[in-house]
Design a protein around this ligand. Structure first.
Ligand SMILES: [Zn+2]
Length: 391
């Protein structure tokens, strides 16, 4: 077959193989990559996005399964979904919309694992599950391929294509050569291509990988500081890595989900819900909507801090929790914790190293705090249901 564009004014030339005419096609598949007649990989990008979405749909029951641990679900996503989204990543150069569509597939699966609303900030989702951006992984794959081609003999086809300075003169959309795309990546990194490309492969890979992730970490902390609703997350975030509270054994899945929602500012509490309501609501109405309905006190916004440490309606759950905590960690550690402001207590509580000074009892403290979270949320749901029921 021959792959090429069909012009409306000019009839396509016919090519014969003996008696048979060789068909002219608009799309061809080479090594599993769909190449369009104009040489673009748009059809391939569209196909892998659709395939990714279909896989997320097929895996959704497993990703939401409360009996599977987050560790297993994350592994499932990394092995059954991500490779599909990264096929031929070395040569892909998606535009902003295409790149966003690919990222959204990964995020959709991650949000299913964490059981959080679709509006949850991507930074919190990626941060707690330690999911690098697909675009960063594409950058690494691209530079690794560049390094390989750089060390090929100058007569190889790959080397000749890579060395071409100017793009093909084609009509329509401007096309980027592989080298130009690589140059753009190098400009975003603190290392120089001429120094790095001469390195041995393993040294090159580790240098490029750490430079890309360093760039991401800077972008990540910048994004955290500019989003007000990530205020708590910005303080509780323990740094890179999958957060330990997500990796606890099954049966504590619900506690992990609640903890994530409290950390990321997307809990079902009124204070968080009011942010998602339509912006056309008047400010007064919004303030009214974010009041705590269980204690009905003056100026009591139903925030995470209020529910966990201040609201009188939860005292019958909080007091036994605090007494059990005091017995476990001792008066010294407990008093240090309780002497903090409510906001600092909340940050300490939502962090995974909560009461790390009482290291001998850390797993008992974690179990205790997990069951406290579950009890608080269950009580809130029961109370709100009874408030809203007609009786
Ligand atoms: Zn209250």
């Amino acid at each position: 077959m021959i792959c090429g564009p069909v012009h409306s004014t000019m009839p396509a030339p016919k090519f014969m193989w003996g008696e048979q005419e060789i068909p002219l096609v608009q799309e061809m598949k080479h090594l599993g990559v769909l190449i369009s007649a104009d040489g673009s990989l748009d059809a391939h990008l569209q196909r892998i996005t659709q395939q990714g979405n279909a896989r997320v749909g097929a895996m959704s029951k497993l990703l939401r399964d409360p009996y599977l641990t987050v560790r297993v679900k994350r592994l499932l996503m990394l092995t059954a979904l991500r490779p599909c989204l990264e096929y031929a990543a070395e040569v892909l150069a998606p535009n902003t919309a295409q790149s966003r569509a690919l990222e959204s597939v990964q995020l959709k699966a991650a949000r299913m694992i964490l059981g959080c609303p679709t509006l949850t900030s991507s930074e919190a989702v990626r941060g707690d599950l330690m999911l690098p951006l697909l675009s960063s992984r594409r950058d690494i794959a691209r530079l690794k391929w560049q390094h390989r081609v750089h060390h090929m003999s100058s007569s190889s086809l790959e080397h000749q294509v890579y060395s071409r300075a100017a793009p093909c003169a084609t009509r329509g959309r401007k096309r980027c050569m592989f080298g130009q795309v690589c140059d753009k990546v190098w400009r975003s990194l603190p290392i120089l291509p001429q120094d790095s490309l001469s390195l041995h492969r393993s040294a090159f890979i580790s240098s490029v990988t750490s430079a890309v992730y360093e760039r991401d970490a800077t972008d990540f902390s910048r994004a955290l500081s500019t989003k007000p609703r990530l205020g708590i997350y910005n303080r509780v975030n323990e740094g890179p890595g999958v957060k330990q509270y997500l990796l606890r054994s099954s049966g504590r899945h619900q506690a992990a989900q609640i903890r994530f929602q409290f950390r990321s500012g997307t809990s079902m509490l009124q204070h968080h819900c009011s942010r998602f309501r339509n912006s056309h609501h008047a400010d007064d109405e919004e303030e009214e909507n974010s009041r705590c309905q269980l204690c009905q006190g003056e100026d009591t916004v139903e925030s995470v801090q209020h529910v966990l440490f201040q609201c009188s309606a939860y005292a019958h759950i909080r007091d036994p929790f605090m007494s059990a905590l005091l017995q476990l960690v001792g008066a010294g550690n407990f008093n240090v914790f309780r002497s903090l402001s409510f906001e600092d207590q909340l940050v300490a509580f939502l962090r995974d190293d909560f009461m790390s000074s009482a290291s001998a009892h850390i797993s008992a403290v974690q179990r205790l705090s997990d069951s406290f979270l579950v009890d608080v949320v269950a009580f809130r749901q029961r109370s709100l249901a009874s408030l809203s029921s007609p009786d």
